[in-house]
Design a protein around this ligand. Structure first.
Ligand code: GAL
Length: 697
């Protein structure tokens, strides 16, 4: 396998680079010279190229022109910059769209999309798949052994348009076929989809239309199928690359918590996991909360990478151009953002984009090089600083994050179930898109865990579930909404053996067909073990809330009063201990959270969407009760966060100030900074400052 961290001069470095589109400038030699001069100043090691270049390679069907890329690759080799060469499937040539209309997606209304835009090919189109195989074969044969090639960047943000959906007759036929394989008979399908409701009894496979949002079981199957189509597509992309360049690893850049696709499934087809991340880091006090959310996203990517190093393939060195309000990042925030990714296991950071184009939709999107092409800009200077920091930190390369005693269970199917079920607080989106009803609750629980300081891993309810559970003292499953008996049994065994499990009003509610478990919730034996069940769930208007207060036993650990928002469960108590009660409204006095020992362990049932203060106090209490060591033995002020990476010899401690205020920490004896200079005593962290400490393991 080619080591893509290894530059041609054999140095192994944390990667620093960007999406690079010199074809937009017709590979103007003057601009190229300027680009490479500036890239070296910025400490660049790598660039992603050729992402949207299909027409440049194949201006007319079957007529290929690769010489321009030969020259660019040769130049990159000479400049000692590694190429992440893309396959160009993320946008298709106009001639192809015209000649083969079937490669264009059909939208929900049944209309075939026009040629333009991007990411809008039909994922099942046989013509498109054949064209992808052809161009990828040519690329792999021509560049597979090129010294500049480090990594195949397969497509770009696969599926990123209309939630990956296409409603053409071919996709629909494939869906029906997929369902036949899954269910075999229409009776089984009817049973799974609760088909006697509203006459939704399918009597012929041809009647199936995934646009009917009222069949909630079908919605989950549709998402499964769309994910599956894209897995197939990825495999088709990768096959020729592997055939002709078996030593080159493949990646596709994920979109974080994208609710549309099962990245857990996709990750199995990829060698390297990479992600695109665009947190709205505006430098206000909100930054701390955004930092916690972003940390969770990084932890998700790290989990998909099986805790091996991953790549931040895209982030913006300044602003983006697609948010409602596109804020610049204040000074030092960009360095903080990059440090955060490395602190969570990334071994490289790239930007979108190297240079702003003069035209097109992204001409005002942040870039390392602005239209003035000057190095004396604030953004360029900060990128140079980041380059220097990554160079200083090269010792970190290849190190990994030790397992955390606290974990959150995550899966995509639960999100699909929640998002397609009517009656929860958020009404389901007209199509399952970026409105994600489950994410807020996940982020809230994580916020509490993040502040408790003992670290956090994401784990999946897959074949390694029991092993992953067994490594943890505390497991939180706030949005594990969909589960079958083996998953519930693994949770019960975990608790019986001494684990602490946190469940909510959204946990263990439906089976794999989105049908509610019978006999009380959380289902499948969990509410019996928890000693309490969620009897009803009430929703709240935006300006409404209900108070909560801890019972006497817990009053010291959960001091003060807290609020609910959005939704809360009314608990029916069996034999659990009450941890907190509602204090206002007609539910006043009823339990809001409970605890019960089960075997050697315990289950905490936290029945609603509670406020941040509650989660902070709650997880602090759990961490203290378990006497879990903090990630670092340093008292960290609020908003300053630490993570650790290790490589067998050295322990790297990343301390990041995610606040706009100066903070100070007390560094113990025996640690050094990233240049191995001993450091101890009081240390000031400027706003958004970062600090890397290390000591032998
Ligand atoms: C990503 C995409 C890039 C660029 C970027 C802008 O989603 O992969 O090509 O469009 O967003 O933020």
């Amino acid at each position: 396998m080619k080591d893509f961290y290894k530059m041609q001069n054999n140095a192994r470095k944390l990667l620093h680079g960007a999406d690079y589109n010199p074809e937009q400038w017709n590979l103007d030699p003057k601009i190229l010279d300027e680009d490479f001069r500036l890239m070296h100043q910025a400490g660049f090691t790598s660039v992603s190229i050729g992402i949207f270049s299909w027409t440049k390679y194949e201006p007319r069907e079957g007529c290929f022109e690769f010489e321009w890329m030969d020259r660019l690759m040769d130049r990159l080799a000479k400049e000692n910059i590694t190429a992440f060469l893309a396959t160009p499937s993320a946008s298709k040539p106009m001639w192809m769209s015209e000649k083969y209309p079937e490669v264009r997606k059909v939208n929900r209304e049944g209309l075939r999309e026009r040629s333009g835009g991007r990411h809008n090919h039909c994922p099942s189109s046989l013509v498109y798949r054949q064209k992808v195989t052809q161009i990828n074969t040519q690329l792999a044969k021509r560049f597979g052994n090129h010294p500049a090639l480090g990594l195949w960047h397969v497509g770009n943000e696969l599926g990123n348009h209309l939630a990956g959906e296409c409603f053409c007759s071919h996709c629909l036929a494939r869906f029906r076929q997929w369902l036949q394989e899954r269910y075999q008979t229409l009776d089984a399908l009817t049973e799974a989809w609760w088909g006697h409701f509203w006459n939704h009894t399918i009597t012929d496979w041809e009647q199936i239309d995934p646009r009917d949002m009222t069949i909630d079981g079908m919605q989950v199957d549709w998402r499964r199928f769309v994910s599956h189509l894209h897995t197939e597509f990825l495999e088709i992309e990768i096959a020729p690359l592997k055939e002709h360049s078996p030593d080159i690893l493949c990646t596709n850049n994920f979109m974080g918590f994208c609710p549309d696709f099962n990245y857990h499934q996709w990750s199995k087809t990829l060698d390297v996991i990479s992600n695109d991340s665009y947190p709205n880091y505006d430098g206000t006090a909100r930054t701390t909360r955004t930092a916690a959310n972003t940390s969770l996203e990084h932890d998700l990517i790290r989990a998909l990478a099986h805790n091996r190093p991953w790549l931040l393939m895209e982030c913006s060195p300044s602003m983006v151009n697609w948010m409602r309000v596109n804020k610049l990042k204040p000074p030092h925030v960009h360095r903080m953002e990059v440090a955060q990714a490395v602190a969570h296991g990334a071994d490289g950071v790239q930007y979108f984009q190297w240079r702003k184009g003069r035209g097109g939709k992204e001409k005002y999107h942040g870039a390392v090089v602005d239209h003035d092409a000057r190095p004396d800009t604030r953004v360029f200077r900060e990128v140079v600083e980041v380059g220097n920091m990554l160079d200083d930190w090269k010792g970190v390369l290849g190190s990994t994050t030790p397992d955390s005693p606290v974990a959150i269970v995550y899966d995509w199917e639960s999100g699909w179930a929640l998002n397609s079920s009517f009656g929860i607080k958020h009404p389901p989106a007209p199509q399952i898109g970026f409105t994600d009803a489950s994410k807020e609750l996940l982020l809230d629980h994580h916020w509490g865990i993040w502040n408790a300081g003992a670290g956090c891993d994401l784990i999946f309810s897959d074949e390694n579930f029991a092993t992953e559970l067994s490594k943890r003292a505390i497991v939180s499953a706030p949005i594990l909404h969909m589960a079958e008996q083996p998953v519930a049994d693994a949770l019960l065994d975990y608790v019986t053996d001494g684990g602490t499990l946190v469940l909510t009003h959204r946990s263990i509610v439906v089976d794999q067909s989105n049908r509610v478990h019978r006999g009380g919730l959380p289902g499948l034996g969990l509410h019996e073990a928890a000693g309490a069940r969620i009897e009803e769930i009430n929703s709240l208007f935006e300006d409404e809330s209900v108070g909560i207060r801890a019972t006497k036993t817990f009053a010291e650990e959960l001091s003060g009063t807290y609020q609910t928002y959005e939704a809360f469960g009314c608990l029916h108590l069996d034999d659990a201990e009450v941890v907190a009660r509602y204090t206002t409204g007609w539910q006043s006095g009823q339990p809001a959270a409970t605890r019960k020992t089960h075997g050697e362990g315990e289950i905490w049932l936290v029945a609603g969407n509670f406020d941040d203060n509650f989660y902070n106090a709650f997880y602090k209490m759990l961490v203290q009760r378990h006497q879990l060591a903090k990630v670092v033995d340093i008292t960290l002020p609020m908003g300053v966060h630490a993570t650790v990476r290790e490589n067998g010899e050295t322990r790297f401690i990343f301390i990041i100030n995610y606040t706009p205020e100066e903070k100070s920490i007390n560094i113990p004896e025996g640690v050094c900074d990233s240049r191995a200079i001993p450091l101890s005593g009081s240390h000031k962290l400027a706003p958004f400052d970062v600090c890397l400490l290390q000591h032998p393991v």
